[in-house]
Design a binder for this molecule. Structure first.
Ligand SMILES: Cc1cc2nc3c(=O)[nH]c(=O)nc-3n(C[C@H](O)[C@H](O)[C@H](O)COP(=O)(O)OP(=O)(O)OC[C@H]3O[C@@H](n4cnc5c(N)ncnc54)[C@H](O)[C@@H]3O)c2cc1C
Length: 450
């Protein structure tokens, strides 16, 4: 089928109309590539699925700038974080299968979650209950006392710990690239370097404008990561929510520290309502060791450096003055936590000391190289409360994913299968009986419900 019709418009720029597009997906991170993978695998006409990404390649933002863990689901409340708890449980086996299929690294290297004082033990017991409720077996998840933990990791200081063997290390950037090759081979249309600038809705569906293309689509999926809230707002969706951005920074450990532990070491969060605040000792899929991430408040989803952060400051402050974020700024606890995160950004010693509490041998002076940094966009409701789970909102013929934070990369395949299945159920695509993907999205969607 011919879907690109080119025509010259008056100012001599080439404008391309992508006609007959049934579903347009905005955002080529790990979630957008996973959704495009499933939809084009199931579609009778895969070229009627279009994936738009503003950058020159997929997954250049959060999906490549994270800790790279396939998280075991013991950290997620099966009620308050139901979607992520289910998705993490399923995500593990799906990424493992996909990595075998693509010959990509998947290191089942395990994690130790440590309590460094007696207060943390109650939290570990809660994690054990959550882990069991989320399907981890007694062999996969063990509560250890101080001596047992010391036998496993002699250089770690703690009062007790959970050892989980079903936790992996991967490269989600590489996974997203592999998905991109798959969805292209299925026939999905990929438009890289196309930032969506305007969206309008009429009787024929959506008209989506990038710098030089006008795309018409019957169904729109907004998975634009840190930009997804702004896109939802321009479409009149999620007006009761806003977002705040936090930059997670890392420091690379010198080679002399690589043998300090076999496992990644996480510590029980000091403030369970903000579980993303405590930096870890990380074992990466390629063997590197790192400390991080912290969570420094910044003004935009791409504020990796101070220039961009400064440029985003005024618009974000104006926006925040009329939303639930205003209440957060007057919250004493939030302000004190934010200033301690800022301190750990400005001072390497402050950052490394947070991990030194449970790995006493590391010295700040030995860390000379910063790692990458990635930005999470947390959603706040109009009472000023952080929303705990991801939000999937369907309006008219559009679907918006907001608050897609950790363990979003772990859960990307099952959540994408679930979303693809919803879109197919809505009748947006004619489908084939036998999909081209490794899984039937509808079977995975059923498992997400169960
Ligand atoms: C510091 C940190 C550590 C983390 N560690 C882990 C971990 O160990 N394990 C785990 O499971 N999860 C982890 N996460 C969470 C995980 O990385 C995210 O949930 C996931 O990557 C989000 O994927 P995404 O596709 O929604 O977003 P993104 O990767 O941000 O992708 C969105 C895409 O949309 C594009 N886009 C935006 N606006 C437009 C537009 N207007 N037009 C076209 N394209 C647009 C962007 O360029 C981007 O490529 C971590 C997150 C952070 C911040």
């Amino acid at each position: 089928m011919q879907i690109l019709q080119e025509e010259l418009i008056s100012n001599n720029r080439l404008q391309v109309h992508v006609a007959d597009c049934k579903v347009a997906i905005i955002g080529g991170g790990v979630l957008g590539t996973s959704i495009a993978y499933f939809l084009s695998a199931h579609a009778a006409s895969p070229e009627s699925v279009v994936l738009l990404e503003q950058e020159k390649n997929v997954a250049l933002h959060t999906s490549s700038r994270n800790t790279g863990k396939v998280h075991a689901p013991f950290l997620y409340d099966p009620v308050k974080k139901k979607t992520f708890a289910k998705a993490a449980a399923l995500g593990y086996e799906m990424w493992q299968k996909y990595s075998e299929h693509k010959s990509l690294p998947f290191k089942r290297d395990g994690v130790l979650e440590v309590a460094i004082d007696d207060k943390g033990i109650g939290r570990l017991e809660k994690y054990m209950r959550w882990g069991e409720a989320n399907g981890l077996t007694k062999n996969e998840l063990k509560l250890l006392d101080k001596e047992e933990a010391a036998k496993l990791e002699p250089n770690v200081r703690c009062t007790s710990a959970i050892y989980c063997s079903k936790d992996g290390s991967v490269d989600y950037g590489a996974f997203s690239l592999a998905l991109m090759h798959d969805l292209q081979s299925f026939g999905c249309k990929l438009l890289l370097g196309h930032k969506v600038q305007r969206i309008s809705y009429g009787k024929d569906g959506y008209s989506i404008a990038t710098q030089d293309k006008e795309i018409s689509a019957e169904y729109l999926v907004n998975v634009a990561g840190g930009n997804s809230m702004d896109i939802a707002h321009t479409m009149g969706v999620a007006q009761e929510y806003t977002d705040l951005h936090f930059r997670g920074e890392y420091w690379q450990a010198p080679i002399k520290y690589h043998d300090l532990t076999k496992l990644s070491i996480y510590s029980v969060p000091k403030h369970p309502e903000y579980p993303f605040l405590d930096p870890h000792w990380i074992v990466r899929a390629d063997g590197r060791r790192e400390v991080g991430p912290n969570a420094v408040p910044v003004f935009g989803p791409y504020a990796y450096g101070w220039r961009k952060n400064l440029a985003d400051m005024l618009p974000k402050m104006i926006e925040s003055s009329t939303t639930g974020a205003r209440k957060v700024f007057f919250d004493k606890q939030f302000l004190s936590l934010a200033s301690s995160e800022l301190k750990s950004s400005l001072s390497k010693t402050a950052m490394i000391n947070r991990v030194q509490e449970f790995l006493p041998q590391i010295k700040p002076s030995a860390f000379v190289q910063r790692g990458t940094s990635g930005i999470r966009s947390s959603v706040i409701d109009n009472t000023g409360r952080f929303v705990p789970d991801t939000l999937v909102l369907q309006r008219d013929s559009s679907l918006h994913v907001l608050n897609y934070n950790s363990p979003g990369a772990t859960g990307a395949l099952p959540i994408a299968a679930n979303i693809a299945s919803k879109i197919m159920e809505a009748g947006a695509l004619a489908t084939v009986d036998k999909p081209r993907s490794l899984w039937d999205a509808r079977t995975i969607a059923d498992r997400m419900k169960g």
